[in-house]
Design a protein around this ligand. Structure first.
Ligand code: AMP
Length: 484
């Protein structure tokens, strides 16, 4: 059942249509509304297998259409139990979809809602960082499909607001990332709460030995579906690597955005502070930018994402954890401000562009000290990069330096970049234990993210309502991840 078709959400064979799978007219109507005509390769392979009730181990990277690949046949299978009764007892949880991040949970939930909207099936999403009460109300009312992050689901289990004893289908989406984020014990606890007899679907961008071990522990003779070489990057994405001095990287991002006239771009930073700093610098340069990372509240992250999708924000600066699973249609470009420490994150990052068969650009900045990271990426994706120069680019830092030498004052905001705190999942460069950084930190970097100065702000359109503006959160910046 394995195949090595290049990864993309480009339609499978044009002859295959959703009608061919025997899906209910209510599902087909929803697909027509979404504008889907032909299944993508993962959908063409997964849908019939899931409909048969088989376990699946799917190697599918972001943008391949895997969400519909598992949710359409799940909806079809659950239609046999669909009830229009208002009684919660008639709507037990029958399918559970676990995702690593809130954003991915939210996106999968949106998709499931859209695909099931003409059926009586109910679905809801639960994730941490927000009030439990509305989630509790939705769970108590009865839902057949629950999309959840592991921690918050266990909170609901503990409060007895969810009963998983009738769950027939379990999906682990982006299982590799769930392991990276340390969810293994939570996953095991959740599996123990489910009936032994059930269908298990596991999707992962990469199949590491740990993933295979997890799969072996709970799956039953799974069908392996592989639509891309593991760790392959989409062929529709043009990958460019620019060599830039460390001190010039901030300016280089602004230059690339201006030069290329980019209007919707995600820029990846390895650190939360780096992300905030870059967003702030871009705002100073007149670009509508916002940072999303683990220290931002859920509502701030959602507001920034929504503003980005609406085009009110041109540049979203994100850390890997915050950006994981973001589904932004037709994103033309991603920029790696930092090369990721983990080569697999490169694959995930550039998977944000070139989706659904569209073309995309992935631009990465690298400096001498990053050579090893670049080589790791080259090894993983089996591709050699040309290390190009960023033609026509003169870093402002050099101009400032020259001005300083001439005795002129330097711009405000020019500070050393030391002291960025790593995102929770950051590992040491040789893949070992998480890096602990205890160098001396300039206190300026421990200040919370603040929008740009008053005079500059008044000339720019307001992006987020004032109430949604990031609140000072010194403790969160100094301490660990926010509570789930
Ligand atoms: P996913 O990999 O599930 O995150 O999906 C990536 C993107 O492809 C999403 O924006 C989907 O809405 C879109 N998509 C999924 N399946 C299809 C399809 N059969 N035809 C067109 N677009 C699709």
């Amino acid at each position: 059942m394995s195949d090595t078709t290049p990864a993309s959400a480009a339609p499978a064979a044009p002859a295959v249509r959703f009608e061919d799978f025997g899906l209910s007219p209510d599902i087909l109507k929803a697909l027509a509304e979404q504008g889907y005509v032909h299944p993508t390769p993962i959908q063409a392979q997964a849908i019939p297998v899931v409909l048969q009730g088989r376990d699946v181990m799917g190697a599918a990277q972001t943008g391949t259409g895997k969400t519909a690949g598992f949710s359409l046949p799940i909806i079809q299978r659950l239609l046999a139990y669909a009830s229009t009764s208002v009684s919660p007892a008639r709507h037990p949880v029958r399918a559970l979809i676990l995702t690593p991040t809130r954003e991915l949970a939210d996106q999968v939930a949106d998709n499931v809602k859209a695909y099931s909207r003409f059926t009586p099936l109910r679905s809801t999403v639960v994730f941490g960082g927000i009030d439990m009460a509305p989630q509790t109300a939705a769970l108590r009312a009865g839902v057949e499909i629950v999309i959840a992050t592991p921690g918050r689901l266990l909170d609901h289990v503990q409060q007895k607001t969810v009963n998983l004893s009738q769950t027939q289908i379990l999906v682990m989406d982006e299982a590799d990332r769930m392991l990276d984020m340390g969810f293994l014990p939570d996953l095991q606890r959740i599996i123990n709460l489910l009936p032994k007899q059930r269908q298990n679907l596991m999707f992962s961008a990469t199949f590491s030995p740990e993933i295979k071990k997890l799969a072996a522990s709970f799956q039953n003779n799974p069908v392996t579906i592989e639509v891309a070489r593991s760790n392959a990057t989409a062929e529709t994405v043009t990958q460019t690597i620019y060599k830039v001095d460390e001190s010039a990287k901030l300016d280089a991002v602004g230059y690339i955005i201006r030069e290329r006239g980019l209007k919707q771009v995600i820029v990846f930073s390895n650190t939360k502070i780096g992300a905030s700093r870059l967003a702030r610098q871009l705002e100073k340069d007149g670009v509508n930018a916002s940072a999303i990372h683990g220290d931002k509240s859920q509502s701030e992250r959602m507001a920034a994402l929504e503003a980005f999708k609406q085009g009110q924000i041109e540049v979203l600066v994100a850390t890997d954890v915050a950006a994981r699973g973001l589904d932004i249609a037709e994103l033309p470009c991603v920029i790696n401000y930092d090369l990721p420490y983990n080569a697999e994150d490169y694959v995930h990052r550039i998977g944000r562009t070139g989706r659904a068969g569209a073309s995309g650009d992935a631009i990465s900045l690298f400096c001498d000290k990053d050579e090893r990271l670049l080589v790791d990426i080259e090894k993983l994706i089996k591709k050699k990069f040309e290390r190009a120069e960023l033609a026509g680019f003169t870093p402002r830092t050099r101009e400032r330096h020259e001005r300083a030498e001439r005795g002129e004052r330097s711009d405000r905001g020019e500070r050393s970049e030391r002291g960025g705190r790593p995102e929770r999942s950051e590992r040491s460069r040789d893949g070992g234990a998480p890096v602990s950084r205890r160098e001396k930190v300039d206190p300026w970097f421990l200040k919370p993210y603040e929008p740009t100065g008053v005079e500059e702000e008044s000339t720019k359109p307001e992006i987020l309502p004032k109430s949604n503006r990031p609140k000072p959160k010194v403790a969160a910046l100094l301490g660990g991840m926010p509570k789930r």
